[in-house]
Design a protein around this ligand. Sequence first.
Ligand code: MG
Ligand code: MG
Length: 278
Amino acid sequence: MAGGIEVKTPEQILVMRRAGLVVARTLAALRDAARAGLTTGDLDRMARVLLAEQGATSSFLNYGAGYGVQPFPAVTCISVNDEIVHGIPGERVLADGDLVSVDFGAIVDGWHGDSALSFVIGEPRADDRELSEVTRRSMWRGIAAARLGGRIGDISAAIEGFVRTQPRRYGIVREFTGHGIGSAMHQAPDVPNHGRRGRGPLLVQGMCLAIEPMLTLGGEATATLEDDWTVVTRDGSRACHWEHTVAITRRGLWVLTAEDGGEAELTALGARFGPLGD
Ligand code: MG
Ligand code: MG
């Protein structure tokens, strides 16, 4: 531990990479399978099968038990259109033009991986495509800003700075943040999606973070539905969520939930790609 933050050994990060690949492959399969006419519950059932096939268990199922809320009843969070995060999969039928965010977490040998991606069913509206692309790219800016010896605020400032330099104004959701991750899904420190460089905890070797911007086409205010979980935009505007789990290694950054470890995106942004192992 360093300042209340769990620091992982290289061996532990290698196990987290296995969890990360389960997450990456499951999310890719769900994105490829999603089409109009399927329900969000169909996608969740598919994720349960893939999780079992890969010998992993869910980070999400029964999350929150004992905290006075309904324990989370699924292995994915599927959030559609004005839903930002934590949507509960069920009978909702996906339709052409829906903007869908899927968040998924897996445990391998006690270590977690957590990632989310967004896509549109059928033909996307231009502003939805752009919202998803700006959210995705802001995530990569945040990841690439994580440098040994830097601070959490560097990540936050990179995300916010990228979003604020877009020609159009987006809402940056503030009530939910990224987080440390490792032997539990949610750990210290929080990783806000807005903030200032040079602030917050020091970034050290062995730290693992889930970096997850949530943007909207409207305002930043959120509301939680009666199901205890689904977070929506208060103004009904559409929202988008992307997330990766990244490890800070002695060699650089390793995006544990990206199939290529983040090599392509990190290299393009001038950040050091630093996988462990051979
Ligand atoms: Mg997540
Ligand atoms: Mg997360």
